[in-house]
Design a protein around this ligand. Structure first.
Ligand SMILES: Cc1cc2nc3c(=O)[nH]c(=O)nc-3n(C[C@H](O)[C@H](O)[C@H](O)COP(=O)(O)OP(=O)(O)OC[C@H]3O[C@@H](n4cnc5c(N)ncnc54)[C@H](O)[C@@H]3O)c2cc1C
Length: 498
């Protein structure tokens, strides 16, 4: 302890960087598994859940592949590949089990504070798309994870499922939709607050908001020395930690690069921003009760599939349409325009250039999206809501996503649209990169962090993990009996009967 730069101001077993749903979920899991561990959560903004996890910064879909067509691609022989859909659905069932445990154990008093049942629908037009949707339905309908799904091309049935979408629609174009009651709308911002509130009531937990993590280095003893700036007083602090989770959302990549671990080399990020049209007119919102997902345009990234969503935020129903993709060099909504340039290093430059070369349709799509007028946005909305009036809808800026760019032996670099857990330094640090399917799968993603970073503790934690997540360690898709049991139990506890 000789100078400010080497002094350690505080020490924790675990430091969580970022106040989003990922850090909050990992913190809650670890506190429940190991109550005597000390945990410090550092967030740069004045409240938690102000970036992507905020309710209006994401679409709030409990992603379970009930309606998202990008999870069921068509094979060359015309058959439908449902493997990704099954994986995404199963991951969501893991989140549901943990949330049900939190409700049953009193950590969360009412599931309605963050979760609402909303039917999930896929909606397409044109002969080819209708035929695809029928085949997708045939491939999914008998799978235990998709039971209850219905398909129709009958305009009267479609009108019953989605009156706002059918109102004023010209006859003559073939239409088709699937409908399933077991979909959800999740307020991930509210969930983050509930989890952090729980953590704040536990001994050995410190919440440090308005504190930006600026650097992290591992000392000779293997302890992480985390450099933090208190933004209110502009003072620097050093915090020691045995384990660090970089859950900084878009800000995770620069921090991962600062760790200097070999696993951080060659990794880059490509920011894609999003905008939604929002309608809070209760008369319009009352005519729609579903999340309706369409088909992506050519060149569009998978997360830019247009959808019209019922949102339930603070007990009030509203509508969200989008997302319209955009481009900004910021990695966080409250970030800096220097984020992208500063993330380009010699070790990831090649991969980033290769991605720029190989993704021209995406570049064209983003340019078209950035340049589109309000009229064009309204026209896209009217594909879903033919009677939409401009005055009922306002444009809002959503969260910022940073897609992962990785080195690739053949192509030089590839752009990934999923989430990726990067761990290193003997499992003493983990970072979460990417954004999709995102918050819905926070629990299984954080279980991956636990498996990778705490293998020695797992035998001791196994019983508690199975108490919290009965399917832990197994697969639901292969066990229809357990699948039905888990689904029935979580539906009841989370009040998702609809
Ligand atoms: C437009 C859009 C729509 C989406 N729709 C859905 C959806 O329908 N369903 C779904 O499941 N997922 C969806 N997602 C993804 C989901 O929002 C994210 O996966 C999830 O919120 C990420 O949570 P996080 O905790 O990793 O990051 P965030 O919520 O972004 O939190 C990051 C935190 O880190 C803090 N931070 C950053 N840098 C630092 C630093 N240096 N020091 C300290 N703190 C720092 C930030 O201030 C923030 O608190 C969507 C995302 C977007 C952008």
């Amino acid at each position: 302890m000789t100078s400010n730069s080497t002094r350690t101001d505080s020490a924790y077993d675990v430091v969580l960087i970022g106040g989003g749903v990922m850090s909050a979920t990992l913190g809650a899991l670890l506190k429940l598994l190991q109550p005597d561990w000390s945990i410090g959560l550092f967030g740069r903004l004045d409240d938690v859940a102000q970036e992507s996890s905020n309710a209006w910064n994401n679409a709030g879909t409990g992603h379970s592949a009930l309606c998202e067509l990008n999870y069921t691609p068509e094979r060359a022989d015309g058959s439908i590949d449902i493997s990704k859909a099954v994986g995404v659905n199963e991951a969501f069932q893991v989140s549901r089990q943990f949330w049900a445990y939190l409700v049953e154990s009193g950590v969360i008093s009412s599931p309605r504070d963050f979760l609402n049942p909303i039917p999930h629908m896929s909606f397409v037009w044109g002969d080819e798309n209708c035929d695809y949707l029928r085949r997708r339905y045939e491939a999914l309908k008998d799978h235990p994870l998709f039971s209850g799904m219905r398909f129709s091309t009958d305009p009267a049935q479609l009108k019953q499922w989605m009156p706002l979408v059918m109102e004023g629609r010209k006859a003559g174009t073939p239409l088709a939709a699937t409908w399933i009651a077991s979909g959800t709308d999740v307020n991930f911002g509210a969930l983050t607050h509930l989890l952090v509130d729980f953590l704040s009531q536990q001994s050995g937990f410190d919440l440090k908001l308005g504190h930006e993590v600026q650097d992290l280095k591992r000392d000779e003893a293997g302890t992480w020395q985390v450099s933090v700036r208190d933004l209110a007083t502009n003072s620097a602090q050093k915090v020691a930690a045995r384990f660090v989770f970089i859950g900084a959302g878009g800000g995770a990549l620069p921090l991962l690069q600062k760790t200097g671990i070999p696993e951080s080399k060659g990794v880059g990020g490509f920011p894609v921003s999003g905008q939604f049209l929002r309608c809070t007119n209760p008369d319009v919102a009352a005519h729609h009760h579903a999340k309706v997902y369409g088909k992506a345009s050519v060149g569009a990234p998978p997360m830019s599939v247009p959808h019209l969503d019922t949102r339930v935020i603070d007990g009030k129903a509203g509508l969200l349409f989008g997302p319209y993709a955009g481009f900004s060099t910021k990695f966080l909504k409250h970030g800096s325009l220097w984020d992208l340039p500063k993330s380009i290093h010699m070790d990831n430059l090649g991969a980033m250039l290769a991605v720029a070369r190989d993704n021209m349709p995406l570049t064209r799509y983003l340019i078209q999206q950035v340049l589109q007028s309000n009229q064009a946005r309204l026209a896209a909305l009217r594909d879903f809501v033919p009677t939409a009036r401009a005055e009922d809808w306002e444009l809002i800026v959503a969260g910022q996503r940073v897609q992962v760019i990785k080195k690739d032996e053949k192509k030089g670099g590839v752009l990934q649209f999923g989430t990726e857990v990067v761990t290193g330094a003997s499992g003493t640090v983990a970072a979460l990169l990417g954004a999709s399917p995102g918050a819905s799968t926070a629990v299984p993603i954080m279980l991956t962090v636990i498996r990778k970073c705490f293998p020695g503790e797992l035998p001791r934690w196994d019983a508690k993990l199975k108490e919290m997540i009965p399917s832990f360690g197994g697969s639901l898709a292969d066990r229809p009996d357990l699948c039905a049991q888990v689904h029935e139990h979580t539906t009841r506890v989370l009040q998702l009967e609809g």
